[in-house]
Ligand binder design. Structure first.
Ligand code: F6R
Length: 607
């Protein structure tokens, strides 16, 4: 989704802005631009298309030490050079970049037009530049505050005024904004990845706050001008972690990192003496945990699928009713929030608007929401009542992979804690811990030989439709596999419970529509095999993802991929990895932009 970068300091601004925008590419965008101040004039360059196109239009020696840059993911108005940010007011004195959506922009625009303002873009964001210019009487910070007070909606904004060289003002409501504190230079960005090459000292700007910065310093206030004292945080990510480390794509790198990222999510969180988990950030006493009689996991997309798996595990280990809820739906359903329910807002980015708003709605009703996040210091992590970081390291590819398995790890540990407080014996806990600790090595085994999966992708990548079918704890894995394939390869794919196909989807079966079955050796295996036979009987190609040693499956399926034998609750980890690889290799076969699929954004900060 849209990205922001701003710089003021002694260095040339343009290269820093372009490099920052490159680092934000992963969020998804369709146009980009920068505006740099030099000698009392702005130099505005913006283009629809990729940052490399923009870079080609920026002179290498573009002078100027203060500037703003933006990657746009179109919401209001088509993808054109004009609609790209930064925007200016009609006199060109004010320039702004904006993330989010100005909900009342039409009313504001009508009013400004009636006063004689002429708009040149179709965007909602342009009104902000006009409003700031309208309010300006020699004090940019004041003008920004007055302008945003009129705005309804979400924003992360950075503004400059031509009469205040070397000065940037940022404001936030609902769209992330982080200040980077350098040595004699300052940065503002929507995401720390844009600035960690320069500084790891950051200040997270909160909703309702405004930050005013020059090369030498900054101050933060609220909209009523009260000073807000902020702490400086230290970002622990290393620059190398957001680079490709020799892999051709971030998606492949991130799939291959999973043995390590799962091990990291487990590190220090197992208590061998009591065969249970230890999650320090829950902020709940054992007595409070004992009182919980329902768990709901709020999430979107891949994180929702992780939540579905985790709900299954929670019910089976701890015998607590648990479910995953689509955050986007829950928020508007007037949810019933019960006293002894515990909610998890599960989000890789920690910025997903649907999940954030659902969390706030539950909190508003008095519910307790814990965060399961990857990005440290993200909004959900900060606003939740406690939580667990999954420690996957930066996930740059738009399609989420390693976050899924690390979210599972964190939630499995929670299920273990709850299970050991209730139904699970020490011995059961010990076996579960052993099985969970074996997962990284088992995934490594899958990653050590990806040839069969590559061959499978070569064989099927030209198909236009796919079904993914699983049952029980692996039903969400089928949903996730379908999501991954459609996102990165643009092949139409549906995930279903294998039991459900007879209720409709079986009508789709034909020789050109492969069915990809997930066949663990659990209690539902024989049922899934029957479903496979039903598809075969209707001339549908069948691919099976089965457990080593299951020769019967090979007699039915056209192609089989094997995963190591494991504890049955661990199969979601082992089954999802080949499907991630399958999606990745199919995308390569089809020449798709794997890391930045069309129309998609990494961090979906609008509703
Ligand atoms: C799928 C994908 C999305 C995200 C969803 C939630 O590959 O990346 O479906 O899972 O947008 O994002 P987070 O986890 O950041 O809340």
């Amino acid at each position: 989704m849209c990205g922001i970068i701003g710089y003021c300091g002694p260095r040339a601004a343009a290269p820093i802005l372009i490099e920052g925008l490159k680092r934000l590419e992963y969020r998804g965008y369709d146009s980009a631009g920068i505006n740099v101040e030099h000698d009392g004039a702005f130099q505005l360059i913006k283009r629809a298309g990729k940052i490399n196109d923009l870079r080609a239009h920026v002179p290498e020696d573009l002078p100027g030490h203060t500037g703003i840059g933006h990657t746009r993911w179109a919401t209001h108005g088509s993808v054109t050079d004009t609609n790209a940010h930064p925007h200016t007011d009609p006199t060109g004195a004010v320039t702004i970049v904006h993330n989010g959506i100005i909900e009342n922009y039409q009313a504001l625009k009508n009013r400004l037009e009636a006063e004689g303002h002429v708009f040149v873009t179709e965007t909602d964001s342009e009104v902000v530049a006009h409003l700031v210019a309208d309010m300006y009487d020699g004090d940019l910070e004041k003008a920004v505050k007055e302008a945003v007070s009129l705005v309804k909606g979400t924003y992360g904004i950075v503004a400059m005024h031509i009469d205040e060289p070397g000065h940037l003002v940022g404001a936030r409501n609902g769209s992330p904004l982080v200040l980077g504190v350098g040595d004699g230079e300052m940065f503002l960005a929507s995401d720390v990845t844009a600035i960690i090459a320069h500084t790891k000292q950051v200040v997270y700007i909160e909703d309702g706050e405004v930050v005013s910065l020059t090369a030498d310093g900054y101050h933060t206030t609220d909209l009523r001008n009260n000073t807000v004292v902020k702490e400086i945080d230290h970002v622990s990510w290393e620059l190398e972690e957001i680079e490709k480390a020799g892999f051709p794509h971030f998606m492949e790198k991130e799939i291959f990192e999973q043995p390590e990222s799962i091990a990291r999510a487990l590190k220090g969180r197992i208590d061998p003496e009591y065969a249970t988990g230890h999650l320090g950030g829950l902020n709940l006493t054992n007595r409070e945990l004992l009182d919980i009689n329902r768990v709901k996991i709020l999430a979107a997309g891949t994180s929702y699928h992780a939540g579905m798996v985790a709900a299954y595990v929670l019910e089976s280990l701890a015998r607590i009713p648990a479910s995953a809820e689509l955050a986007s739906e829950l928020r508007y359903r007037n949810p019933i929030v019960e006293r002894n329910s515990l909610y998890f807002a599960t989000s890789q980015s920690g910025e997903t608007a649907d999940t954030l708003y659902a969390m706030r709605e539950v909190q508003r009703k008095g519910g307790r929401v814990l965060g399961i996040c990857n990005v440290v210091g993200s909004t959900i992590a900060r606003e939740s009542d406690g939580g667990v970081y999954i420690h996957s390291g930066p996930e740059i590819a738009v399609a989420s992979t390693k976050a899924f398995t690390s979210q599972l790890t964190a939630l499995y540990l929670f299920a273990l804690i709850m299970g050991r407080m209730r139904d699970m014996s020490y011995e059961q806990g010990r076996r579960f811990v052993e099985a969970l600790e074996a997962v990284p090595q088992q995934i490594q085994q899958i990653l050590d030989d990806t040839m069969p999966i590559q061959a499978l992708a070569r064989k099927y990548a030209r198909c236009e439709n796919f079904l993914f079918l699983g049952r029980g704890i692996n039903y969400p894995v089928a949903l996730e596999a379908a999501l991954k394939l459609k996102e990165v390869s643009y092949i139409h794919a549906e995930g279903y419970s294998a039991a459900e196909i007879k209720h409709g989807p079986i009508a789709l079966i034909n020789p050109d529509t492969p069915s990809f079955f997930i066949v663990p050796d659990d209690g539902l295996r024989d049922k899934v095999i029957n479903n496979m036979k039903e598809v075969k009987a209707r001339s549908g190609p069948v691919i099976a993802l089965a457990v080593e040693g299951d020769h019967e499956v090979a007699l039915i399926a056209d192609d089989v991929i094997y995963v190591p034998k494991a504890n049955e609750l661990m199969y979601p980890f082992l089954m999802v990895v080949p499907t991630q690889l399958f999606g990745y290799y199919c995308a390569l076969e089809r020449g798709c932009n794997v890391d930045q699929p069309r129309n998609l954004a990494k961090s979906v900060t609008v509703e």
